[in-house]
Design a protein around this ligand. Sequence first.
Ligand SMILES: Nc1ccn([C@@H]2O[C@H](COP(=O)(O)O)[C@@H](O)[C@H]2O)c(=O)n1
Ligand SMILES: C[C@@]1(CO)OP(=O)(O)OP(=O)(O)OC[C@H]1O
Length: 182
Amino acid sequence: MSQHLPANMVLPRTGIGIDVHAFAPAEDPQPLWLGGLFWAGEQGLSGHSDGDCVAHAAADALFSACGIGDLGTHFGTDRPEFAGASGVKLLGEAARIVRAAGFEIGNVAVQFVANRPKFGPRREESQRVLSEAANAPVSVSATTSDGLGFTGRGEGISAVATALVYPVTVSEPGPAKGAPHG
Ligand SMILES: Nc1ccn([C@@H]2O[C@H](COP(=O)(O)O)[C@@H](O)[C@H]2O)c(=O)n1
Ligand SMILES: C[C@@]1(CO)OP(=O)(O)OP(=O)(O)OC[C@H]1O
């Protein structure tokens, strides 16, 4: 498909990502990693990796924006090297893949749904860690689902993310100033 755009106009591209992880069962407790941070004393999430659904949703939104598949395409659960991998590492790797595919990242916005952990006091810290991983602005917000659904029952955490990317075109260098024409 070809798009007809005015000369010199570059369209940014949006992407979306959703990720959900269940809390690990009491008989197999896990540390909680969320938004790139360790949350001492909080119930952890289960997963092939560290279960950081905020970082995963952000990575998925980046892949979605570029049209280059999703988390499973790049970090499948059949890949032993990603067992226990940190969300920060996966987000950093996703950003590297996105740039290798010819895009730059405008920003990523993530919201997660959970009763706990109480996110507000650590928002800045989380945004700093994730933004450093992506080398682009990542904002994170949180909400409860007012006690409703699996997040309300405390069975797991869900996260949704959007991303904005734009294609990077490497322009040919023009003629040097003063160079003869023709
Ligand atoms: N895990 C969470 C959930 C929410 N917050 C903050 O509380 C605000 C109110 O949440 P409601 O679901 O009751 O609307 C929300 O806007 C967040 O600022 C939080 O810090 N951590
Ligand atoms: C991240 C991967 C890979 O370790 O495993 P999980 O931690 O299970 O996470 P999920 O969000 O289900 O995405 C699939 C995988 O790519």
